[in-house]
Design a protein around this ligand. Structure first.
Ligand code: ADP
Length: 552
């Protein structure tokens, strides 16, 4: 802007300067010319008077100086010329000033030389005898005059131009200075040009609107981020080129990346082919979903195209963790298969024995053992169904049960008493030790924990073996330990014995009336109490299971 103002000032100055120069030169030249013409007229009158009185001799004696005198007869013949030989001069009748003088008594004319550097001014007066006396003077033309004074003009011009440039520079700087100093952060507080007030007011209004809009946008952005970052599902917004526009915390964690991935292509953070497949389907305008494996989990990817005007402008990717759902489904499938399998065996036995009894083909003495077998299998089925019912109750949490004060030591003693006969049958000795330890819990579930652990310790023991039931009371927890001197659990089976229907030795378990659900029930019942289970076992030596139940 400074440059343009500077150039404009310079241009105006140059035009004004040149115009002034031309006008001044023209006026001066005109003024000089007028003066010379007046003098010429006066000279002509004086010379005419002299010739009238003294004849041609007057002209011959006259000192010519700058003037040229000519006497022309009334037929145009030159009688005398102070500068040229009159004999060599042609007829002057057609000369403008001569013609005018002859007709009007006085004539004037001006003529330029061939090079235009000089101008001759002629003044002619008719004498009484009909001849014409002409006086002329040579004057420099305006062009040669300009050339003559050219160096002075050049000097003046140079000086003026230098001064004009300096002034133009100062002036343009001064004009632009208030503009440069405008504080756009506070447009209304600027002092400067009044002409700028409407513009600055407009800027102020627009700035206020922009700040408001920016605040609104930021608030919305914050709201959006707060909502999306508190989602457990991963959410990624992409543009139609697959560039990440927004990614929430859950998605960042899931895809093992960070928030710096915004503005990068999704391919740079995840190259999963299935994810790309879902994405390309959404980018072509269709909704797509797929379950894919990320790390150790299973995740459902929902990709929906963003279609504001029927044209895909981006994609919203939602990532759900379906690991638990998938595992639960898998467990349910396995559980159903196991239950069917577990029920099928006793039912087949019952059906077989019953068929034999029904046919009447068996001997009388076999009726009782066959009935006993049917009874045992039916009991196993009842036990199995009861365990399944307990487990399904525990799957729903402790719904319907009421928490109460439970003394673990008293319950341990009661359990030992109720299992006394079974222990005797297996020739196993039960020992209860420790101190009273009260917790707040579900009495039925705590009993189930105690019963199943002690039952296993008896079932998987040896004749003459021992079962030590100990209860210790601590400030924050009650600790139950059931130790046996039984067959123990091989190390490779230890991590799996709490799974449903898992048995180390299936036939031995069935033989002793096991269902494979006892320890799963213990695990669930402990979980309801936030209790921790520790297992120590050595095959052939014995097993110790410790349950730590927090009091709070
Ligand atoms: P089950 O009804 O067969 O006893 P559990 O879930 O109670 O089922 O136990 C699972 C398996 O763990 C049992 O089949 C058994 O092989 C093993 N087990 C459990 N407790 C003991 C123990 N105290 N000593 C040895 N093995 C045990």
């Amino acid at each position: 802007m400074t440059k343009r103002i500077f150039q404009a000032i310079c241009a105006v100055t140059a035009i004004v300067l040149l115009s002034c120069l031309v006008i001044i030169v023209a006026v001066c030249y005109g003024y000089i010319s007028d003066g010379q013409l007046d003098q010429l007229r006066m000279q002509t009158t004086l010379v005419a008077e002299g010739v009238e009185n003294e004849g041609i001799e007057y002209l011959r004696n006259l000192e010519a100086q700058d003037y040229r005198f000519t006497l022309v007869e009334n037929d145009g013949t030159v009688l005398f010329d102070s500068k040229k030989n009159e004999l060599e001069m042609g007829n002057h009748l057609e000369r403008e000033e001569i013609r005018e003088a002859m007709t009007d008594g006085y004539g004037e004319s001006q003529r330029y030389s061939d090079t235009l550097t000089e101008k001759s001014m002629y003044s002619a007066l008719l004498l009484d005898d009909g001849s014409v006396v002409r006086v002329s003077i040579l004057q420099s033309s305006i062009f040669s005059m300009m050339i003559e004074v050219g160096q002075y003009i050049f000097l003046i011009l140079t000086l003026t131009v230098v001064i004009a440039l300096a002034l133009a520079y100062r002036l343009s700087m001064n004009i632009v200075k208030p503009l440069n100093e405008i504080n756009l952060d506070d447009p209304l507080m600027n002092e400067g040009y009044d002409e700028l007030t409407p513009l600055l007011t407009r800027v102020h209004t627009q700035q206020t609107q922009l700040t408001k809009q920016e605040m609104e946008l930021r608030n919305r952005q914050n709201e959006f981020e707060t909502v999306t970052n508190n989602m457990s599902e991963g959410l990624i917004l992409l543009n139609r080129k697959g560039t990440i526009l927004s990614i929430n915390d859950a998605a960042v964690e899931l895809l093992d990346t960070n928030h710096q991935c915004v503005d990068k292509n999704i391919l740079t953070i995840n190259r999963n082919l299935e994810l790309q497949e879902v994405l390309s389907k959404a980018l072509s305008g269709g909704h797509a979903e797929k379950i894919i494996g990320i790390h150790d989990g299973r995740y459902q990817i929902d990709a929906s195209p963003v279609l504001p005007n029927g044209e895909v402008t981006g994609v919203a990717l939602l990532i759900f963790d379906v690991t638990e759902r998938e595992n639960a489904e898998q467990m349910r499938r396995e559980f159903t298969a196991n239950v069917s399998h577990e029920l099928k065996t006793p039912l087949h036995s019952i059906s077989g024995y019953a068929e034999l009894l029904k046919s009447g083909m068996i001997r009388q003495e076999d009726v009782i053992p066959f009935s006993e077998k049917i009874y045992t299998e039916a009991q196993r089925m009842i036990q199995l169904v009861e365990d399944i019912i307990s487990l399904s109750h525990l799957d729903e949490g402790a719904e319907g049960m009421i928490r109460a004060d439970v003394d673990l030591f008293d319950l341990a003693k009661a359990t030992a008493i109720s299992l006394g006969d079974k222990a005797k049958k297996h020739s196993v000795e039960l020992d209860v030790s420790g101190s009273k330890s009260a917790i707040i819990g579900y009495p039925q579930l705590v009993s189930v924990i105690l019963y199943n652990l002690c039952d296993n310790a008896i079932k998987y023991n040896r004749p003459g073996g021992k079962v030590y039931i100990n209860v210790e009371n601590f400030k924050d927890e009650a600790v139950l330990t059931v130790r046996d001197t039984g067959i123990g659990i091989p190390a490779e089976d230890q991590p799996r014995i709490f799974e449903r229907f898992y048995r180390v030795d299936k036939s031995h378990s069935k033989e002793v009336g096991g269902t494979g659900l006892g320890l799963s029930i213990v695990k669930h019942a402990a979980k309801v109490h936030d209790a921790k289970i520790e297992l120590q076992s050595e095959a052939g030596v014995g097993t110790t299971i410790t349950v730590r139940i927090p009091k709070a």
